[in-house]
Design a protein around this ligand. Structure first.
Ligand SMILES: NC(=O)c1ccc[n+]([C@@H]2O[C@H](COP(=O)([O-])OP(=O)(O)OC[C@H]3O[C@@H](n4cnc5c(N)ncnc54)[C@H](OP(=O)(O)O)[C@@H]3O)[C@@H](O)[C@H]2O)c1
Length: 232
């Protein structure tokens, strides 16, 4: 049985990832921040953790991890001249520095795993320019750089990959997906004719955490309904 850490398992893609891993028979330690995780299962333990805070992650009783996924992130959409330096720094702390901090904190738990895997989150907006996405582009661009540098440094013992989703129906994207009209209009922008669901993305998380992807590292995977590479 593999043991995986899900940072940000109380919502969206993280919550869907927990369901998948438990269904696969894995053991999951999942963190939440503002919203408690309500699912219950003998293979699931939960703990409160704020990646922006100073308290360390308490993994008492755990002796090894086979992988982790870092889900906290933001979609801060503003014109380039309408956000403050402090707002940008907060985005970088949540998306980039928080992931680096967790990886440093848990790296010793990976040593006992024959094949550990780390999954990070970029965004379609790191590889494709959209107006008002400068904060996202900067912070997720850094995640992509971190993915490749870390993958080089940690190979062959630990694999590191990132997923770059397009618009996905989760609480994070609420403002963009909270009516049928918005979901339909945003869906039409994608060659696959719809926006993403958490399950579309958690399927890739589960694959990248598992040994099925054991020859894949340092990659950024676009899971985006085709929007980053197709024109219709
Ligand atoms: N949804 C999209 O359209 C989309 C598109 C591109 C990229 N992404 C990326 O995909 C990843 C997952 O997104 P999602 O849509 O699943 O987001 P989500 O529904 O907002 O879930 C984020 C999770 O992170 C946790 N979290 C937030 N702030 C935290 C903090 N300070 N400390 C610890 N945990 C914290 C949340 O916990 P609580 O709920 O308990 O506070 C929640 O469990 C993000 O990196 C996002 O940038 C999403």
């Amino acid at each position: 049985m593999k043991t995986y850490l899900v940072i940000g398992g109380s919502s969206g893609i993280g919550a869907s990832t927990i369901e998948r891993l438990i269904r696969n028979g894995d053991r999951v330690i999942a963190t939440y921040h503002k919203n408690e995780i309500t699912s219950q299962h003998p293979n699931l333990s939960t703990l409160s953790y704020d990646v922006m805070g100073y308290d360390p992650l308490n993994l008492e009783g755990i002796d090894k991890l086979d992988g982790m996924v870092y889900c906290p992130g933001s979609i801060s959409l503003k014109p380039y001249n309408r956000f403050t330096e402090e707002e940008l720094i907060q985005d970088i702390r949540l998306n980039v520095l928080g992931a680096h901090k967790v990886i440093k904190e848990v790296s010793s738990f990976f040593k006992k795993s024959p094949e550990a895997s780390i999954v990070l989150f970029s965004s379609v907006a790191a590889g494709l320019g959209f107006p008002y996405h400068l904060q996202v582009g900067i912070s997720k661009g850094a995640v992509e750089g971190m993915t490749k540098s870390l993958a080089a440094e940690l190979s062959p013992n630990i694999r590191v990959n990132a997923i770059a989703p397009s618009l996905t129906n989760t609480p994070l994207a609420e403002n963009l997906v909270n009516t049928d009209e918005k979901r339909e209009a945003n869906g039409k922008r994608h060659p696959m004719g719809r926006i993403g669901e958490s399950q579309d993305i958690s399927a890739m998380v589960s694959f990248l955490l598992s040994d099925q992807s054991s020859w894949i590292t340092g990659q950024i995977f676009n899971v985006d309904g085709g929007i980053s590479s197709l024109k219709k």
